[in-house]
Design a protein around this ligand. Structure first.
Ligand code: ZN
Length: 332
């Protein structure tokens, strides 16, 4: 039906035909194309040009935006950092794929992932799309988004963030719920704390694609923001047990070897396991939390965010693991 409606190209007729949207098409000659990369048929990602921290140079685009497109409909996962970014996604979907966005999913409550909800506010108000997240993410966005918007503006630049408003999810996803876009079925797995208090995991079993939000990284230091080391490691174990071929998180990682995991799952796990081991070893040596700056991890020193976050991660891990260490006793 949607293809027919586009062909007819008349708003009134489209309405009479019961089309999903009567929104005018953008000026595609002026739309700034998105360099979409195909992951599997119907699934595309827009990755940052360079792995890095939020800066004016990248306008806050530091995590991938992904879309599932079929039959003139699109589902957007983590629309990005700003109104401008979200509009570019929306216009590109209309111009390149002839698709209207019907669903936006927020994997977790971080500014660089969710603030582009702003670009879909009009369609949300018109009842033409839903914005979806876990209950924990919606609550966290209510609490933190104002501060996150201000913070992102300081780092990415006010120009990059122009027009960005806070738009909260309109519906909470239930564990086990299925999101269907054409041939793709995305299952909502139980939210996993780890990177934040509630990290959404979606699983497309037929395509063996898992969406892992901020739980999977590569070349950019993990951020123990509101989560914890042990919960994060458990979440990665559950993701690994799915035997995904592709993982879309803070990076996009794939394997051609069905016996192997996408490399980013392996390296994220390795960082967290080493962090855990080194913090416990420091406790064994009688060090205290004030000396946590002594815990360096040179293998990751070249990763983006190491200078900014390694000390913070150690502090977070120390606080979490102190009771674990006291419980088990030293040196075990
Ligand atoms: Zn995040």
């Amino acid at each position: 039906m949607n293809g027919l409606c586009r062909a007819l190209g008349a708003g009134l007729l489209a309405l009479l035909m019961g089309c999903a949207s009567t929104a005018p098409r953008p000026d595609c000659s002026a739309a700034h194309a998105v360099p979409w990369q195909a992951v599997v048929p119907g699934l595309w990602v827009w990755q940052p040009d360079v792995v890095g921290e939020v800066s004016a140079a990248n306008a806050g685009h530091v995590v991938p935006t992904s879309v599932v497109v079929s039959g003139g409909e699109a589902l957007v996962i983590d629309p990005g950092p700003s109104h401008r970014h979200g509009l570019r996604v929306r216009d590109s979907l209309a111009c390149r794929f002839g698709a209207q966005v019907r669903w936006v999913v927020n994997t977790h409550a971080h500014a660089e992932n969710v603030l582009a909800n702003s670009a879909f506010a009009d369609r949300l108000a018109a009842g033409q799309l839903e914005i979806l997240s876990s209950d924990g993410t919606r609550s966290a966005m209510q609490q933190r988004c104002a501060a996150c918007l201000a913070s992102l503006g300081e780092r990415a630049g006010q120009g990059a963030m122009a027009g960005t408003g806070i738009v909260l999810p309109s519906r909470v996803l239930k564990t086990g719920e299925l999101l269907r876009v054409g041939p793709h079925t995305l299952r909502v797995l139980p939210p996993a704390p780890g990177h934040t208090e509630s990290d959404l995991v979606l699983w497309d079993e037929a395509s063996r694609v898992v969406w892992a939000g901020g739980l999977v990284v590569d070349q950019r230091l993990p951020e123990l923001a509101q989560g914890g080391v042990d919960a994060w490691l458990s979440a990665l174990d559950r993701i690994a047990a799915l035997r995904p071929r592709h993982v879309i998180g803070n990076t996009v990682s794939s394997t051609l070897d069905d016996r192997a995991l996408p490399p980013a799952v392996v390296v994220t796990r390795a960082y967290l396991a080493e962090l855990r081991a080194r913090v416990l070893a420091a406790m064994d040596e009688g060090r205290h939390a004030g000396e946590s700056a002594l815990i360096t991890m040179p293998a990751y020193a070249r990763w983006a965010g190491y200078a900014q976050r390694q000390g913070f991660n150690v502090q977070r891990a120390w606080r979490e693991l102190e009771p674990v260490w006291m419980e088990r006793g030293p040196g075990q």
